[in-house]
Design a protein around this ligand. Structure first.
Ligand code: NAP
Length: 320
């Protein structure tokens, strides 16, 4: 049997991402032991029952003792205070990383607390579903998806290479970039689409002339897909918008300008313009399929209840 990559992995936060990491680590035998910590006892008990962790405790500072890899799988805003608490117990030479959907704010909040001799490398697996909690994870979540690492200049190269190898062993493809650039890219590809989904679902909810029952009954593909995205965890997304404010506001400004252009084309009956803008957008979809980042199946491969693949029942893995 090959040597595991890590002796002891500490998962701080055992939700969708933490539990999926555990499944994928077990699949490949990447750790001798996995320990975990969560805010509530209930989550730790569930994680123990599902064999996601070999041991667990509510106190994160206890869970990290002796770990050579510590992964923060908590909402972005919780990372700084947690690292302040665990810092004295971090093992020399350990790699400390996170999975947060925003990177510059995590680096800003975490880096000042990281002890000398501990290698902090921020990371974001661009894969997820609208589900939360320890029961929602699955080993295949990261297969073929990108994970972005945003090490600060001067970070130990061997540690970066080891974390990169870890994510590749979990099934992901890895890219390295600056934290600010990550946040700008994700603002348009993930954060703004979630904001739009939350907004359109609320707009439908607030309608006077159309009843809620009608919205649900006649919910067509487009709206249904928005409701699925808008079912995502409110705490996680609150923290994303609080912590990627500038980039999201920049993208929102551009989005509003483009929406006004569409509004004008509709008002003035400019069919040529509408056709051109829709055709441009369609080619982006083709690019995503060609890059292997989504399925070509109609209706996103949703299918009928009986032919849905196992992982899709847990929630369809998608870029997040
Ligand atoms: P989740 O399923 O809601 O799980 C969050 C975990 O963090 C739970 O174990 C929770 O403990 C714990 N937690 C929450 N607040 C905490 C706090 N203040 N202190 C300590 N522990 C706390 O969340 P998730 O979807 O795995 O997301 C975790 C991170 O991954 C977030 O930073 C998110 O931005 C990032 N991410 C998410 C996705 C996605 O699609 N969901 C994709 C990529 C990256 P309890 O269960 O005991 O409350």
């Amino acid at each position: 049997m090959t040597q595991p990559m890590f002796e002891r992995i500490a998962l701080i936060g055992i939700g969708l991402i933490g539990s999926s990491i555990s499944h994928a680590v077990r699949r490949k035998g990447l750790a001798q032991t996995i320990v975990g910590s969560a805010r509530t006892k209930a989550t730790i008990e569930t994680a123990l029952k599902l064999r996601l962790i070999d041991g667990g405790c509510v106190k994160a500072a206890d869970a990290v003792k002796g770990a050579d890899l510590v992964i923060l799988g908590v909402p972005v805003g919780a990372c700084g205070p947690i690292v302040e608490e665990i810092a004295p117990n971090l093992r020399q030479g350990a790699i400390l990383t996170d999975v947060g959907s925003v990177k510059a704010a995590v680096v800003r909040d975490v880096a000042p607390h990281v002890p000398k001799g501990v290698h902090f490398i921020a990371a974001h697996p661009i894969a997820g579903t609208e589900k939360s909690g320890p029961e929602s994870g699955f080993a295949e979540l990261f297969d073929g998806r990108w994970t972005v690492l945003t090490p600060e200049p001067g970070t130990d190269k061997a540690a970066v290479e080891k974390l990169k190898a870890f994510w590749m062993a979990l099934g992901a493809k890895v890219e390295i970039m600056g934290a600010e650039h990550h946040d700008l890219v994700l603002a348009i590809t993930s954060h703004l689409p979630h904001l739009i989904a939350y907004n359109i679902v609320n707009t439908a909810e607030h309608l006077q002339q159309v009843t809620n029952t009608e919205v649900i009954k006649f919910s067509a593909g487009g709206f249904r897909d928005f409701t699925r995205i808008a079912a995502s965890d409110p705490t996680m997304w609150r923290d994303v918008f609080l912590n990627n404010k500038e980039a999201v506001l920049e993208m929102l400004g551009r989005f509003s300008e483009d929406l006004t252009e569409l509004q004008r084309a509709i008002r003035f009956g400019d069919g040529d313009k509408l056709f051109r803008l829709f055709a441009e957008a369609r080619s982006i979809r083709r690019g995503i399929i060609q890059a292997g980042q989504d399925t070509t199946a109609p209706d996103f491969g949703r299918g009928t209840q009986t032919d849905v693949p196992t992982d899709a029942k847990k929630g369809k893995a998608e870029t997040r």
